[in-house]
Design a protein around this ligand. Structure first.
Ligand SMILES: [Fe+2]
Ligand SMILES: [Fe+2]
Length: 180
């Protein structure tokens, strides 16, 4: 007997979040270019503020969702390669957080109109962040998610989806309103 499809909405949600993360990532380097050429005008500061907020909230929450709902089943796998990949993905979350902590103070300064940071150093940190994130997402989508879809046959997909949706609704409620 074939297993019923496993909560496809949950994986659609996770895939959509990856698309959102990648859409934010590609904005980072051009924004540093714009800051260098145009300075910290109101438009650039607003763009910085939005990106900063995204990675401080939704991207971090995405990692928590994966660590809570997706990775445990993979870490319990009898397949050593899957366990190893999942350990690497968990470690990546730590590296991404470290990279972000190198980037965020400069963006925070920029959002507040302070240009005390070295744009070359920021550019380099962004390149590292982007490369690791893209590699990480590719590994999740090629190995971890397909494996999790197969393994999580009995999971409470509706409960997971509801929790993620509630968390996202809370984040949206906390999001600063766009400036007029
Ligand atoms: Fe991840
Ligand atoms: Fe992910």
């Amino acid at each position: 007997m074939n297993a019923a499809p496993v909560a496809p909405a949950v994986f659609e949600f996770l895939d959509k979040t990856h698309q959102d993360i990648m859409a934010q990532l590609v904005l980072l380097s051009p924004l540093v270019d714009a800051i260098e050429s145009e300075g910290l005008n109101a438009a650039n500061r607003e763009k910085v503020r939005r990106i900063l907020h995204y990675f401080n909230t939704e991207a971090r929450q995405h990692h928590l969702d994966e660590e809570k709902h997706i990775f445990p089943a993979l870490l319990n796998s009898q397949d050593e390669a899957i366990v190893h990949t999942t350990q690497r993905l968990t470690q990546d979350h730590g590296w991404l957080e470290e990279n972000w902590i190198q980037i965020a103070p400069s963006l925070d300064a920029a959002a507040n109109g302070n240009l005390w940071f070295d744009t070359q150093e920021l550019r380099h940190a962004i390149e590292v962040f982007e490369a690791l994130y893209l590699d990480h997402i590719m590994l999740e989508e090629s190995i971890a998610y397909p494996e999790a879809k197969q393994r999580l046959q009995a999971f409470d997909g509706a409960g997971m989806g509801r929790e993620m949706a509630q968390r996202r609704a809370k984040t949206k409620a906390q999001r600063p309103a766009p400036k007029a």
